[in-house]
Every structure is written in C-alpha cells, then in structure tokens.
Design a protein around this ligand. Structure first.
Ligand SMILES: O=C(O)/C=C/C(=O)CC(=O)CC(=O)O
Ligand SMILES: [Ca+2]
Ligand SMILES: [Mg+2]
Length: 427
C-alpha cells in the first residue's frame, strides 16, 4: 500500500473526534510513560497514545532502516539523529498501519493491546533531551512594542533589527513540559524612582507566546547551514512559553541581555509536530525591506499558517482567551534563524531547541505577552470572575494552544499549560 500521509480524505480505524488536533494526517512524535512504568517514544491519533517501540518489536516497521531500540528511549534524540528520510518513512508507515483500509493491526487484538493506550492513561514527558536552547526575537510588532515601552517610541526598532535575526542563548536545564508548575522567581529589581535595587519575588511576571523548533545534527563545527537547506535539519515544532520576569529583566539585562529574568522556566508542549504534517499550511513570510544580506535570502514559502491562542485561568475559575496571534506574522523565518545561527560556524546538535521569539501581530488582541497586552501594566485585563490582571498572579494557569485549519483538515499542537505557584525562597 502506498499512501499520501497528508491526504485530507483519509480516515483512521481509530476514532478521531471532529476538531481533534491529532487526525491521522498529523502523526506527531513524543515521549510518554505508561501505567506499567514503560517509557517509550510514541505518536498520537485522536485520544490514543501509540507506542512506537511496541510497534517496532511486533515487526510493523520492517524495511525501514532503524536501530533496534531507537523507540525504547526516554528522549527523541537518537530518532532525530537518524535524519529526515527516517522520520518521514516512520510517519508514512504509521499512516499506513492506522489507515481505515489496513486490517493488519486493526484485526489483531493482542497487538492492539500492546500498542494503543488511552491518552489519559499515559504521562507525557519532555520530548527531547535539550542540549542547547536559543531564543530569537523575530516579531517586528513585538520588538516595536517593547522598544516603544522600554526605549524610544520614535526609534522603537534598534538599528540592527531589520538586518539580523536577533537572539540570545537561553538555558536548557529549565525547559520543562506542559503540566509542571512553576515557582514565581525572586531576584533583584529597581523600583521606580529608586537608585538602589531591592530583593524579593518578581511583581511583573509575564508569559511570552512562542513556538520552538527542534534541530537534528545539522552541521560540523566551522560549517554553516545554507538558508534554503535549513528546513532539512528541522525535526519539528512545539508551542513554547518563555516565562519572563519583567522587573528583574529591566534591571539586569543591560548590556549583555536576558539572564535570571528568563532562565527559571521555559515550558513546551509535549508533541513535536513535523514540518511534513504542516506542509498543507505553508505560506509566504512578510516581505522584507531592506533586503537582507545574501546568506539570509530565502526562496519559496518558508513559513506556516498556525493559529495561536493564549488563555489565563485563575485557580478553579473560568478561563479567558486573552491573545489570538499567528506564527505567519513573524518577520524572520525558521530557515533564516538557523542559517544565521550557524553562519559563523556554530555547531547545532540533535535536540537543540530554537524559540521563535514572542509572536505578536498588529492588532492589540494579538500581542504575545502581558507586557504588550496591558501596555506595561497600564491597561488591566478584566477576567470573568470579576478580577483584573496586569501581570500573572499566584495560582494562575497560562495555556497556549496552536492549530492549523483549512476547509479540509485541522493539524494541531495540543497545548502547553502551566500553573504559577508562589515564590518559596526565604529571604
Ligand atoms: O527588547 C527588549 O528589551 C526585550 C525583549 C524581550 O524580552 C523579548 C525576548 O525575550 C525575545 C522574544 O521573545 O522575542
Ligand atoms: Ca522570548
Ligand atoms: Mg525562558
């Protein structure tokens, strides 16, 4: 059987609810623990988690060049290292196995029991052992808004911004999966009008709506990745919340950039969505003027139409949708980010995470941080329970969702959702 894994008309023999983020055309990759404490690489169709190591042991991946234990792992790193041809072959085979017209697994109860789990019965893990984490700053609207608030409203964009996909090196040790609560950080801040800093819990704790892409071993030390080859080295994408303590940030980050204000937590969604699955949603990125230097000039459509949403949920209260944005608004593409990152010979490894930067659009309800949505805390947001927010309060949960949708199909990311707990450091 040869199959077009992206054919929107294909159905699975597994039940998929209408509007599910995970139809048979998605086939993301992640890591989960079963109730029997087995940790494995898996995929998801509808509300079912599928154990890829069990499928391999039962012989369903015959003919694909895979090492024996590539799926019996607690991270996707080795599978990612196997390269794009392998990821594609596995995705296509999974599409075949679960196709409505394929009876092999469908009619084998013993195999089905070994492979398929209810999604609520498994615990999702961080999908990747992240070696290095870089965060870009690629939304023109976000950079302009922050420049207006923090610097000069007349010259909001710094002179390098239209020439360089600006970024900073983040901290991989604190990248955490959806569901893990985060403690409010403490640190130094400089209260308005003061000349000496004070120490205490951050009072301006924010989220940043981002996506992230995960790389494979892309280049050797000293080599660079040409912009039009960059996508071959991108395994897939996740939703990313770059938790940011604005009051710590403004005091500490001159002149070397973000440090403790951003390294206490970065949360990501557990399923990695492949670029193959996103292919039907490929679109052109915004026109760039001035024309970037040649190593950043890309051909073809290099971005994707991914709708993004942010919700805030006070403890045991109703959620409020506070931001609707889109990945396609970003000025610099993932290809340009990766080409720039490696142009000096910087080596990128399998399992590195690259944050997009905060994704804001032009409309005020599309701003990707509370800093922008409340304009520096001057315009509070009203919540359904009657309370208001300028920044995140203790026990609030921030949930980010992402999905692509056209008249044929929906390919979703699921969500990244984490609660903020009170500060616990005594001082
Ligand atoms: O422009 C600034 O002073 C600060 C910017 C940020 O905090 C943004 C950042 O972390 C990068 C991004 O997410 O776009
Ligand atoms: Ca960020
Ligand atoms: Mg962060």
């Amino acid at each position: 059987m040869t199959i077009n894994a992206n054919d929107p008309n294909r159905k699975s023999w597994l039940n998929v609810e209408k509007n599910s983020d995970f139809p048979i055309q998605n086939i993301p990759f992640g890591v989960f623990i079963t109730q029997d404490d087995i940790i494995t690489i898996g995929t998801r169709i509808g509300n079912y988690a599928i154990d890829l190591s069990a499928l391999q042991m039962l012989g369903y991946f015959k003919g694909i060049d895979l090492t024996d234990d590539v799926f019996l792992q607690d991270s996707l790193n080795d599978f990612i290292s196997a390269g794009k041809k392998t990821w594609r072959a596995v995705r296509n085979r999974v599409a075949e196995i679960f196709d409505l017209n394929n009876l092999d697994l469908q009619n084998n109860e013993k195999h089905r029991d070994a492979v398929i789990f209810a999604i609520d019965s498994v615990e999702m893990q961080l999908p990747v052992l992240i070696g290095d984490y870089t965060d870009f700053y690629s939304s023109k609207e976000h950079a302009t808004n922050v420049g207006k608030m923090f610097r000069d409203p007349e010259n909001a964009l710094l002179p390098n911004w239209l020439h360089i996909p600006v970024g900073y090196h983040g901290r991989s040790s604190t990248v955490i999966p959806s569901g893990v609560p985060i403690k409010r950080p403490v640190g130094q801040t400089l209260p308005k009008g003061e000349t000496s800093p004070v120490f205490g819990p951050s009072k301006r704790l924010d989220f940043e709506l981002e996506t992230g892409f995960i790389t494979t071993d892309a280049n050797l030390l000293g080599e660079h990745i040409p912009v039009d080859e960059a996508e071959d080295h991108i395994f897939g994408m996740v939703l990313l919340n770059d938790w940011s303590a604005r009051d710590i940030q403004t005091w500490e980050y001159v002149p070397l950039g973000p440090f403790l204000a951003k390294n206490f937590a970065t949360s990501i969604s557990p399923w990695v969505i492949t670029l193959d699955a996103l292919e039907p949603f490929r679109v052109a990125s915004p026109a760039q003027s001035p024309t970037p230097l040649p190593y950043l000039q890309q051909s073809g459509n290099r971005t994707f139409d991914i709708k993004l949403e942010v919700y805030i949920t006070p403890k045991e209260k109703e959620s409020k949708l506070i931001c609707e944005s889109n990945f396609k608004y970003l000025y610099w593409t993932m290809s340009q980010q990766l080409a720039h990152h490696t142009i000096n010979g910087c080596k990128v490894n399998s399992g590195d995470l690259m944050g997009s930067g905060t994704i804001s659009g032009t409309e005020p309800n599309s701003y990707g941080s509370l800093l922008e949505l409340t304009w520096g805390g001057t315009k509070p947001i009203a919540l359904p329970d009657g309370s208001t927010r300028t920044f995140i309060e203790d026990y609030d949960t921030i949930t980010m969702k992402g999905y692509c949708q056209n008249s044929d199909i929906r390919i979703g990311f699921g969500e990244v959702s984490n609660m903020l707990l009170p500060a616990s450091v005594r001082f």
